[in-house]
Design a protein around this ligand. Structure first.
Ligand SMILES: NC(=O)c1ccc[n+]([C@@H]2O[C@H](COP(=O)([O-])OP(=O)(O)OC[C@H]3O[C@@H](n4cnc5c(N)ncnc54)[C@H](OP(=O)(O)O)[C@@H]3O)[C@@H](O)[C@H]2O)c1
Length: 226
């Protein structure tokens, strides 16, 4: 699994008030679409999908062609994670019906939320009691939807759950030369976090490229990490 994020020089992925959700360059946006064009599915958390007019799709025709050339489906599967079922039914993603949308939730979602999400999504899957069990969710996504390569696009809470479950193989990080500051501003990985250095996820740098005013970093999980 890959995680792709843009962050400021102080490690934030949005302003503390969440008003700013997008601050990378056009090059960064193209990088996001290039990565989507390598993945069977793109996944995001409920607050990321709620808070911006994103559709999680492949973008322009050249990216769809690249997908077909790689033997992938023309349009990637889209996956949204909402443990409590709080996902906003008016989110833009539901207004674009070019590829299936799978919603992963837990037993915490009420009957009403489940009904609402079933009506919006192509499939609603209960994957745990209180939090998503991503190990079994990924096994199901592979078996049912043929997802072998999955790109996660945040936010910080979802990413953290994936890091803690030891499921992230590669991180694509764009560092933008801005500082947002703020205790409440989200970062690449929020949630519970690691309790000690020994529990930290271990990565190594694979590449670093400066393009224009941004740094494009790729980190891969150390093979001997947990
Ligand atoms: N700069 C970037 O590259 C970038 C990328 C993406 C997002 N963002 C920004 O990041 C912010 C959103 O990040 P965020 O951390 O607040 O939210 P998020 O990770 O997008 O979504 C959090 C929600 O996802 C569900 N969720 C996440 N992990 C779960 C788990 N293990 N089990 C069950 N449910 C889980 C929960 O939904 P329920 O509440 O329904 O339980 C949770 O409230 C936005 O401001 C967005 O614009 C920036």
């Amino acid at each position: 699994m890959l995680v792709n994020m843009a962050m400021t020089a102080d490690g934030k992925i949005a302003t503390a008030n969440r008003a700013v959700a997008s601050f990378g360059s056009k090059r960064d946006h193209d990088h996001l679409l290039e990565l989507r064009a390598t993945a069977d599915a793109v996944m995001a958390g409920a607050r990321t999908v709620d808070s911006a007019p994103i559709n999680l799709g492949p973008g322009a025709i050249k990216f769809r062609r690249a997908r077909l050339n790689r033997g992938l489906k023309k349009f990637n599967l889209r996956i949204i994670v909402t443990g409590s079922g709080s996902l906003n039914p008016d989110a833009q993603v539901f207004k674009h019906r070019f590829s299936p949308i799978v919603v992963l939730t837990t037993e915490r979602a009420s009957a009403t939320s489940r009904r609402r999400l079933r009506a919006l999504a192509d499939e609603l899957r209960i994957c745990g009691r209180r939090v998503i069990n991503f190990g079994s969710a990924l096994r199901w996504l592979k078996q049912k939807w043929g997802v072998k390569r999955l790109l996660c696009e945040g936010g910080g809470e979802l990413n953290d759950a994936l890091f803690q479950a030891n499921l992230v193989d590669e991180i694509h990080l764009t560092i933008c030369p801005k500082v947002f500051g703020g205790h409440a501003a989200p970062s690449i990985a929020d949630g519970q976090g690691a309790p000690s250095l020994a529990n930290a996820q271990q990565f190594e740098f694979k590449s670093a490229r400066r393009i224009g005013d941004e740094m494009f970093l790729v980190l891969r999980r150390r093979l001997n990490s947990k």
